[in-house]
Every structure is written in C-alpha cells, then in structure tokens.
Design a protein around this ligand. Structure first.
Ligand code: F6P
Length: 488
C-alpha cells in the first residue's frame, strides 16, 4: 500500500499543542501508515545519525539530529537570515554570509540519506517550506523516483530579491526537480513564473547561467486554510469563556482591538502599534473607549534582527503607554508569550477588531481563525494587510497598506464604528470564504494533484476518496501546530 511521507524542518512533538492544521496531517499519516520526518530538535556531536522514531498521536514521526554548527548555518543562517528576509522582501534585514549555504546543503543531504532507506516505491513524498528546497535533488541523487511535491508556506520573492540570494541558480534548479510546487497565493505563482522567465544575472566569469527546465513541474496556488468548525466550537468552549471573562473584567466597556502574531519583523508589529497611536492621537473620543491587546510569543530570538524588532516594539509600546495611559485606563496590553488555542479563540470572539497587518505574509491563518471564532449575531471586523496571502480570498475585510499608519488607523476607526448590519454582511462573506478554503480542501486538492488516481471513489484506493479524506483529517492538525507554532 502506498503511503504519504511528509518532510518539514519541525516535526510534531509530544509537547507541541495540537492545533487545526497539525491535527489534520496527523490523521492522514496515521490512517495511512505514513511517516513524518524532520529535525528532532536535538544536536548531535558528529553528523546526522539514524532516524529516531516515535509515535505522536498515532503518527510515526522520524527525528533527525543535526550538529550545532550545521544548525547555525542551515536554520539560523541560510534559512532565516537569507531566505526568510529575501522571500519577505526585506533585503535590508538579510545578512549575506554565502558560506552558510554549505551547511544548508549538507543538512538537506543528510535528511535525504536518513529518509531514503524508509521510502517505498509507491510512496508519495510531500516536502514543506524554504528550509528544504534542495531535498528533491538530494533524494533523486539517491535514486528516489517517487512523486515528490513541495509546498512553500511563505511568499515567493520578486526576481530582484531572489537574485540577491547566494546560489539562487542552484535553488531554482532544485525547485525544477519537484513534480508539483504549491504556493499560497496567485501572487506567488506569478512571482515564481516571472523568476523562471527572467534571465538570471551573469556570474563574474560573464557566463550565462543555464535556465532550469521546469517542463515537468506543475506550479499552482493552493491557499492553506483553517479548521473553521473546530474554531467555532472552541470559541464557546469552557477555556475560551474563562479567558473572555478574565479580559472582560479588566476591559470594562472598552472595545477590544486584538493582534496575535509571532514576534517576527514580517508581522509589522511596530507599525501596527504606531497605527494605534495615530488612532488615539487623531480621535480623542476613542480614548478610554478602546483597548489594544497584542499577543506576540517570541520567535527565533537567537537572531539579531528578531531581538532588534523586539526592542523596537518594547520602545513603541512604552511610548504609547507614556503618552496615553491614565491611572484608571491603559491604552494597550502587550503580552510576550503564547496562549493555547481555546484561550485564543475566546479572545478572537470578543475582539471588536481583529488586526492582521503583516508587511508580507504567506497566508496568515490568524485571519481565518479570527473569522471562524466570531459570534454570527455580533461579529467583529477584520482589518487585513493587502500583503498577506489571505487578502486574495478575503475581499470583504477592511484591507490596508500596513506601512501606511494613517490608513491603518483610519481602518481601525471605521471598524470600531461600523454598524451591526454591515459587520454581519461582511462577516458572512468572510466566513463563507473561510469555509470554502478549509484545511481539508487544501491538502485534498494538493495531494490529488500530486498523486492523481482515476478511481477517486475506490474505497480501497489508498490515495483518494473517503479513505484518503479520513487519513488527511488528522494530518492537517499536526501540520497546524508545526507550521504555525500553536496559533500565530
Ligand atoms: O510560516 C513559516 C514558518 O517556518 C512555519 O513553518 C513555522 O511554524 C513558523 O514559520 C515559525 O518558524 P520556526 O519554525 O523557525 O520557529
């Protein structure tokens, strides 16, 4: 029987809280006798050793150790100080140390060597995210001929930003070795096609670089989604109600403006707090009537640019408090830690405004979860960045340019004053879009494209039909925890 092999940098652990997407991929794998490989979270003394397997919520998960030095160059260096900023169009925050590429490549080779012995001829392999772009090349080198798909969870860059990346020609050739490349949005499909059609810059030798051949690779957008039913249920659960009651006691009659994000410069948090500062500045009547809560669990804090963002945010939050706080009213609360999904769902439901204003984002599932958690009789308003992948599927949000603090402040004002009828009308459209893009559909459509079978209703068929659907349910939820780190 064919199996699904998922590979990602992070893997579900016993300690990672299960969330929508994470819960989803797990079932697929458990029903399917599938496997999920990735970095174990541990450092080895020498190079990667054997895969250590454990079963997490019924899923066979294989962890691969990597050395401390390789972790630095593969994860902290090439992946997160070159690829991440370049793919998010922040070349100003990139740190170009080309030698990190060796470690990046080496870890991909080690992953391939560790995984290849566990692959059977019929297996379908699904590789996730920018840490593992070269993995198909490395697997093919070891003779793996299976269908291999890649899914990029972050945006694809413009040609200028792409061509700033050291060894981008090799990375493009790596991408051409996949059977299917899935991207979050049409914007990303266009960017990848543009990069393919663009003539890459010549090296110092003046030689033209050979263009990679993408003729066997299908490229398409598969916008990821959430599990809206689970969020709708969570939002009225005991855990959610407990959190909502806690906040309500401290909020009094103030309307809540909520942001929930990893503490990452791509999320536009300093700009967001500055926009809120503008709101209070320009609308004196709003003071004492609103409260902003920003939840921002720290992320990648071994990296200088993340520490700098955190310090910038501390300073801006302090300034806003100093300018506007009064003995009996605080303009905002900034919480630098993660919350469980039930608590978040409770917060989403009581927030009159959901502020999702990244400077650039692959999809942004917080936007989906915010919508799914609303009370249909009294829904809040989503203020959404035009530069999140979610903007393509949520035209009924109040869309803003997150760099424009005046515009974002004005969107907050409009959201706070929006009449119930308009809030309901917008929310109904948003909720329909959330449901249309639910996470099962994302994985179903991706895998149907990667490993299509004509007999889709054949219940014995391992890859499609009802059996596949059941399997997928739990895999999604594992992926959610892994790719979105809890919720933000
Ligand atoms: O969104 C991209 C992503 O890499 C996710 O896969 C991940 O959950 C998130 O960013 C956090 O990143 P990290 O695994 O580096 O903590």
């Amino acid at each position: 029987m064919s199996r699904l092999i998922v590979v990602s940098n992070r893997i579900p652990g016993k300690t990672v809280a299960a969330g929508g997407l994470a819960v989803a991929l797990k079932a697929s794998l458990s029903h399917h006798d599938g496997l999920w490989f990735g970095w174990s979270g541990r450092h080895s003394q020498t190079s990667a050793g054997d895969v250590a397997f454990e079963t997490v919520d019924g899923v066979r998960v294989g962890g691969i150790d990597i050395t401390r030095d390789d972790f630095q160059s593969y994860y902290a260096g090439f992946s997160n100080r070159i690829l991440w900023p370049a793919f998010h169009l922040r070349l100003d925050l990139a740190h170009f140390e080309g030698h990190w590429y060796e470690g990046y490549r080496r870890v991909n080779t080690q992953f391939a060597q560790a995984i290849a012995p566990h692959i059977e001829p019929d297996d379908v392999i699904w590789i996730h995210d920018y840490h593992l772009i070269p993995l198909a090349t490395e697997l093919r080198r070891l003779g793996v001929e299976n269908r291999i798909g890649f899914y990029l969870h972050i945006p694809f860059p413009t040609p200028d930003a792409l061509f700033a990346i050291p060894y981008q020609d090799e990375l493009m050739a790596d991408l051409s070795r996949y059977d299917l490349i899935g991207l979050q949005a049409q914007r990303d499909v266009s960017a990848l096609r543009e990069a393919i059609d663009h003539v890459a810059p010549r090296g110092f030798d003046g030689e033209k670089r050979p263009a990679p051949d993408f003729s066997r690779t299908r490229i398409a957008a598969f916008p990821i989604g959430s599990d809206p039913d689970a969020f709708a249920e969570l939002a009225t659960s005991a855990g959610a109600t407990k959190m909502a009651n806690r906040i309500r006691r401290s909020l009094g009659d103030c309307a809540l403006i909520l942001g929930v994000d990893r503490l990452d410069y791509s999320k536009g948090l300093p700009q967001r707090v500055e926009s809120y500062e503008r709101l209070l500045d320009h609308n004196a009547a709003m003071r004492r009537r609103v409260h902003m809560l920003q939840v921002a669990p720290p992320s990648r804090d071994m990296i200088d640019e993340y520490r700098a963002t955190s310090e910038t945010l501390d300073a801006i939050v302090g300034r806003v408090m100093g300018r506007f706080a009064e003995p009996d009213w605080q303009p905002l609360t900034y919480v630098k830690r993660a919350y469980g999904q039930a608590s978040l769902a409770g917060l989403y439901r009581m927030a009159r405004v959901g502020l999702v204003t990244p400077l650039r984002d692959g999809m942004n599932l917080v936007a989906h979860e915010y919508v799914a958690s609303q009370n249909p009789e009294d829904p809040g308003v989503l203020v959404l960045s035009r530069f999140a992948g979610a903007a393509e599927i949520f035209p009924d949000a109040l869309q803003v340019n997150p760099f424009d603090t005046d515009e974002t402040a004005e969107a907050m004002r409009v959201a706070l004053e929006m009449p119930l009828a308009e809030r309901k009308a917008r929310w109904e459209q948003l909720d329909a879009a959330v449901r249309e893009h639910r996470v099962e559909r994302w994985a179903d459509s991706y895998l149907a494209e990667l490993a299509p079978r004509p007999d889709a209703d054949d219940l014995e068929g391992p890859r499609t039909g009802k059996v596949m659907h059941k399997r997928l349910q739990s895999v999604y939820s594992s992926m959610r925890a892994v790719f979105e780190n809890g919720s933000p």
